[in-house]
Design a protein around this ligand. Structure first.
Ligand code: ZN
Length: 309
């Protein structure tokens, strides 16, 4: 059951960790905020023009992670797992203040973020949560990659197909997740992953400097190099579903729809969000009056635009 009201955290919370791509230690403070302020990333190591709204229109790069940037060129990358934790835990408004260019990778999943949020607890706000109801099927195909969304009433469902031809171990994994279900632990705990033979190429373009077996699953041939193996049978595809949920949180509202994705990633999801929101006949935005009725209040057009600003 969806909550009707927007939420923030009960209090400020701090944590630190290493950035996967930058390799730098970053200190993070998550600060509660007011209704309708959304999720804002703030670079505390930069004096001014240091806020970036977590919106798909601010995505400047989707190469191996999601990076957002404001009009002054200030950016934060690898936001997707923290965004997924906000999505899953029901956080609508928050300021994420950090003294570096990247959200810490933690253990490569959303597990620590969810734990931090749950330990702190949530505070109900006066403002009503915004929902995006998908009104018709929207599709996007890019080479062998495909993504679609169809109307799904009161749900956010994801069916993801992962093809990894270069890995005999990963090969094809398919999973379906209904985000309204209580137990999402397999998705929350699913770590990012890479093939051992790709590591050099990724590092040569300046990425994954902080990558290690502590924060990523590394696959070599038929072997998982991490000592304790996988956390779940479908951990690879579950991580792709986690990424997708985090990237959808950049819509600024709770999307109600059924997503099907084949071989996608951050770039495809971002392109798809642009596609969905470019045509007003694809969706409508509403607030619920109560959790047990279907009475819906359609938000006027000027407010619709404000959501995607
Ligand atoms: Zn990821």
């Amino acid at each position: 059951m969806w909550d009707v009201n927007q939420k923030t955290l009960n209090s400020e919370v701090n944590f630190s960790g290493i950035g996967l791509h930058s390799g730098e230690t970053v200190d993070v403070t998550i600060v509660p905020s007011n209704s309708n302020s959304g999720i804002i990333f703030k670079r505390s190591d930069i004096d001014k023009n240091n806020e970036i709204s977590a919106n798909f229109k601010n995505v400047s790069s989707a190469k191996l992670c999601t990076k957002i940037q404001n009009e002054f060129g200030v950016s934060v990358s690898t936001i997707e797992h923290l965004m997924a934790a906000f999505y899953i835990c029901g956080v609508d408004n928050i300021v994420v203040s950090l003294n570096g260019p990247e959200v810490p990778i933690m253990d490569g999943s959303a597990k620590d973020f969810v734990k931090i949020i749950k330990n702190c607890g949530l505070k109900k706000l006066e403002g009503k949560r915004k929902f995006v109801k998908i009104k018709k099927t929207v599709k996007l195909k890019e080479g062998d990659k495909f993504i679609s969304i169809s109307p799904a009433d009161d749900n956010f469902k994801v069916k993801f197909t992962l093809h990894y031809e270069n890995s005999p171990l990963i090969q094809n994994q398919i999973n379906k997740i209904n985000f309204q279900e209580k137990n999402l632990s397999e998705v929350i705990n699913a770590r990012t992953f890479c093939l051992h033979e790709d590591i050099e190429a990724i590092k040569s373009i300046g990425l994954a400097k902080g990558g290690s077996l502590e924060n990523a699953i590394v696959v070599q041939g038929n072997k998982i190099l991490n000592q304790n193996g996988l956390r779940s049978k479908k951990e690879f595809v579950n991580h792709k579903i986690l990424d997708l949920a985090g990237d959808f949180m950049l819509s600024g509202a709770r999307v109600l729809g059924s997503v099907e994705c084949i071989h996608g990633g951050h770039a495809l999801t971002n392109q798809f969000l642009h596609e969905i929101f470019s045509d007003k006949s694809n969706f409508e935005i509403f607030e619920k009056r109560s959790s047990n009725t279907n009475v819906r209040k359609i938000v006027p057009i000027n407010k619709r635009l404000a959501i995607n600003a």
